[in-house]
Design a protein around this ligand. Structure first.
Ligand SMILES: Cc1cc2nc3c(=O)[nH]c(=O)nc-3n(C[C@H](O)[C@H](O)[C@H](O)COP(=O)(O)O)c2cc1C
Length: 188
């Protein structure tokens, strides 16, 4: 039986990212589940950030932000950055930060297995609760220990997902080969 529930963007699993920016010269980080990607040749992130967030100020002023993919062992810090605002707490020392060559105002997290420096290319404002920040990825850094055949290995990255049951979920197993399994599809 199909049942209709409250409309909501159930994109499962939903990865958790930590978005960073320099606010008044200091790194600040917030946790973001509403994040998406677009494009490969010119890769971009799309970040949905609630208008009251402190981090927005730095993103808008510097036209720069970082997108950091945390590992499971960073979950407490991720949750903390999602509960405390830079307006009330100094989150600049929660992580060790570094900067790439392209942007000196996109603080990236050293302990994150994957991190990206993004230049803000567009801000969309629908006049309601959130900004949509679209950032072109100028640089990507990984911890070389998480690579297998030169690409990030999910089993080593250990990214995790946030669900609306208010829990963090780990990622499961690879179970089929993309651009391949579909060849076996037969219409009933
Ligand atoms: C698991 C989790 C996911 C979150 N996802 C989002 C999100 O997608 N968009 C958003 O605007 N806030 C999100 N938040 C809330 C912000 O991270 C939170 O309000 C944060 O304290 C804002 O920090 P700031 O004021 O220092 O920028 C999330 C929080 C948690 C714990």
């Amino acid at each position: 039986m199909l049942v209709k529930i409250r409309r909501s963007p159930y994109l499962l699993p939903k990865p958790v990212a930590i978005v960073g920016a320099l606010v008044d010269g200091k790194p600040n980080f917030l946790t973001i589940a509403d994040i998406s990607t677009t494009g490969y040749k010119i890769p971009r992130f799309v970040v949905s950030s609630g208008k009251p967030h402190y981090t927005n100020k730095g993103i808008i002023e510097n036209k720069a932000f970082s997108v950091n993919i945390p590992s499971e062992n960073m979950v407490a810090a991720v949750d903390y950055c999602g509960m405390k605002s830079g307006y009330n707490e100094d989150k600049s020392t929660v992580f060790e930060v570094f900067y790439g060559k392209e942007l000196n105002s996109a603080p990236m997290i050293t302990e994150a297995p994957i991190t990206h420096a993004c230049r803000l290319v567009k801000t969309l404002d629908f006049g309601d609760t959130h900004y949509l920040f679209i950032g072109e990825i100028l640089e990507t850094f990984v911890n070389d220990e998480i690579l297998t055949n030169r690409i990030p290995d999910i089993k080593k990255v250990l990214p995790f997902s946030f669900h609306s049951d208010n829990h963090y979920w780990s990622v499961g197993n690879n179970f089929a080969q993309a651009y391949n399994i579909g060849k076996k599809y037969k219409k009933n």
